[in-house]
Ligand binder design. Structure first.
Ligand code: GDP
Ligand code: MG
Length: 164
């Protein structure tokens, strides 16, 4: 079966925008699994002929209470179970948060390939001052992207398919 890329991160960082960018013109498949029926969260796509599936974990509802951290723990669990590659997305406008650190800690322990995307860096030649804080997550080099204007997205896709 096709490699699975899971997009994880706290609400509003741009996961769905990125997901739609990767899969928007492709046929969506709705997973027949409890908890993942709410949104269009699973789709298959390809990059340079390499086929893969993408999961937008933001569409997964927590079984417990609706607070951000439990939601994110649940998303991270799904990503850790199912994904071949985890895209961990953070918000370059807001900078590093405690919730980012919490999830990074869970993801680090998986041993899976993790790509750290700093979204909303809309001016590629102008990194925000807080950009370097993301190195502290301990999951490798942060990659600046803008899902809104597609900056750097092609390079990220090269990196993703190279890691299957
Ligand atoms: P999600 O909750 O992580 O799925 O985030 P969404 O994809 O719904 O995006 C949250 C908000 O951020 C929306 O208003 C998007 O238009 C905005 N957004 C997403 N990507 C970018 C980006 O690269 N730059 C900027 N400036 N805004 C973005
Ligand atoms: Mg979303």
């Amino acid at each position: 079966s096709k490699p699975i890329v899971a997009v994880v991160g706290r609400p509003n960082v741009g996961k769905s925008t990125f997901f739609n960018l990767l899969t928007g013109t492709k046929k969506a498949i709705v997973e027949d699994t409890p908890g993942v029926t709410r949104d269009r969260i699973y789709a298959e796509t390809d990059w340079n002929g390499r086929e893969f599936a993408v999961i937008d974990t933001g569409g997964i509802e927590a079984r417990t209470d609706d607070i951000i951290l439990s939601q994110m723990r649940e998303q991270a669990e799904v990503a850790m179970d199912m994904a071949d590659v985890i895209v961990f997305m953070v918000d370059g406008k807001e900078g590093l948060t405690a919730a980012d650190e919490e999830v990074a800690g869970m993801l680090r322990r998986t041993g899976k390939k993790i790509i750290l995307l700093v979204n909303k860096v809309d001016k590629a030649n102008q990194l925000p001052d807080t950009f370097y804080d993301f190195y502290n997550l301990g999951i490798g080099e942060p990659i600046p992207i803008s899902s809104a204007n597609r900056t750097n997205v092609g390079d990220v896709l090269d990196d993703i398919v190279a890691s299957f």
